[in-house]
Write a protein that binds this ligand. Structure first.
Ligand SMILES: Cc1cc2nc3c(=O)[nH]c(=O)nc-3n(C[C@H](O)[C@H](O)[C@H](O)COP(=O)(O)OP(=O)(O)OC[C@H]3O[C@@H](n4cnc5c(N)ncnc54)[C@H](O)[C@@H]3O)c2cc1C
Length: 392
């Protein structure tokens, strides 16, 4: 799949900034869209096929409040990411022509016993303290909102401003919008290393002239964005940044129910349920250190099925459709790594999105485009700089 789009033709006529994005997951596609939309001649190099890794496997929640463990810079960033999403989605649909099934049904986070209730009450308190919208509900009130909910649910917090989307369609929407804006996508193109200029040993400032492919050929660029997900740490030439990524496996079990059987996405401390418009119901997930192994396991299926049936007992009779697993890209502190490389000045990191890459996709595209174009991003990125690993 290789087009010769408008932006590349323009680049030949006059000096236009050329960018290479490594990785065609949701992050690479979002970055490519925002760069191409600003006239940057952008090429996405994807070693396999666009959007087939973590971005395909995810559940698609735009859920800053359900995922967050506590207040702080990451929670603030996630809340801004939700707003960025809300502000971007109509433009994305217009420019890409793909409907990502963005649903505004909210999230209901339920407690099924007294211990869980204590944890959720704490969550409601700190979130209200930082101005997030949370409604505390009794079990009966929660069942009024979602009648399929277990009679064991004794308490719930409703997060009406959290969202969901079909992440596979969303990734395609970013890719389609990027292509229409002139970005080139090359599939089956594995990047091995940065093509570095200058010798590190002599202390000379090193730049990347582009990237080196696995067949030894070089592709030139003024700017390189590393969006290679769980594999981003394997691109040679950035070792001095000391950014390490590891995969955290998550399994999903998919059932079939009648469309609209369940309204809001349902969360509990035992798992979650996310409905799709066509009647698929995704139950998740696991958090496993299993290397790059994407197997679905009996232990994973058991855990997820038990959690799903605890939230909605009627699911015990729902037809099983399929199950899959994907690899969440995690840094050592589980925060994303965003912005310029401290060691190679024209290379940027856009990786480590861990459990929140769908939520963070729109804002990541936005801030990386800001940095490439020399603007100061509207959000504070200090906590996500690669520099934090050099100091460790
Ligand atoms: C089960 C599960 C549920 C999830 N649920 C949610 C959710 O509800 N909400 C949410 O916000 N997030 C969720 N996530 C997290 C989310 O899926 C990820 O954070 C996000 O998809 C990461 O996107 P990415 O583009 O960085 O990585 P990927 O989608 O993994 O893409 C990286 C791409 O880089 C390519 N690549 C790698 N190395 C090279 C190379 N050397 N050269 C060229 N290309 C290369 C790969 O082939 C791949 O296509 C979930 C994840 C899982 C596994």
């Amino acid at each position: 799949m290789c087009a010769r789009p408008r932006a590349h033709a323009r680049a030949r006529e006059r000096k236009v900034l050329k960018a290479i994005v490594i990785g065609g997951g949701i992050i690479g596609c979002s970055v490519a869209w925002r760069l191409a939309a600003e006239g940057v001649a952008t090429t996405v190099l994807e070693r396999a096929r666009v959007g087939q890794e973590a971005s395909w496997a995810a559940a698609g929640m735009i859920a800053p409040q359900a995922e967050a463990d506590g207040p702080g810079p990451f929670f603030d960033f996630c809340m801004k990411a939700r707003d960025a999403f809300e502000a971007t989605v109509d433009r994305l649909v217009r420019e890409g022509g793909v409907d990502p099934e963005y649903d505004r049904a909210g999230i209901l986070y339920v407690a099924l016993d007294a211990d869980e209730r204590v944890q959720l009450e704490r969550r409601a308190r700190w979130q209200r303290g930082v101005g997030a919208t949370v409604e505390e509900l009794s079990g009966t009130e929660a069942r009024r909102l979602e009648p399929m909910l277990s009679p064991e649910a004794i308490y719930a917090i409703h997060m009406p401003t959290n969202r969901r989307t079909d992440n596979r369609k969303l990734t395609q929407a970013y890719a389609a919008a990027a292509r229409r804006a002139g970005a080139e996508f090359v599939e089956g193109a594995r990047v091995e290393a940065l093509a570095l200029r200058g010798a590190r040993a002599s202390g000379e400032v090193t730049r990347a002239d582009g990237v080196v492919m696995d067949d030894g050929s070089t592709r030139e660029a003024d700017v390189v964005v590393n969006a290679a997900g769980s594999w981003a740490g394997e691109i040679r030439g950035l070792e001095a940044d000391r950014v390490k990524l590891h995969p955290v496996r998550g399994q999903i079990v998919c059932f079939e129910v009648a469309p609209a059987t369940i309204g809001p996405a349902l969360f509990s401390l035992r798992g979650y349920l996310v409905p799709r418009r066509d009647g698929r119901l995704l139950a998740g997930s696991t958090m496993e250190e299993a290397g790059y192994n994407k197997s679905v396991t009996l232990a994973g299926l058991e855990k997820i099925a038990r959690g799903a049936a605890a939230i909605v007992p009627a699911l015990s009779g729902a037809p099983f459709r399929e199950a899959w697993a994907g690899l969440r890209p995690a840094t050592r502190d589980l925060l994303p790594v965003l912005g310029f490389s401290p060691s190679v000045p024209n290379v940027l990191w856009a990786a480590g999105h861990f459990r929140s890459g769908i939520l963070l996709s729109a804002i990541t595209g936005e801030v990386i485009a800001d940095l490439v174009k020399g603007r100061r991003p509207a959000v504070e990125l200090g906590a996500f700089s690669a520099a934090r690993f050099k100091e460790q």
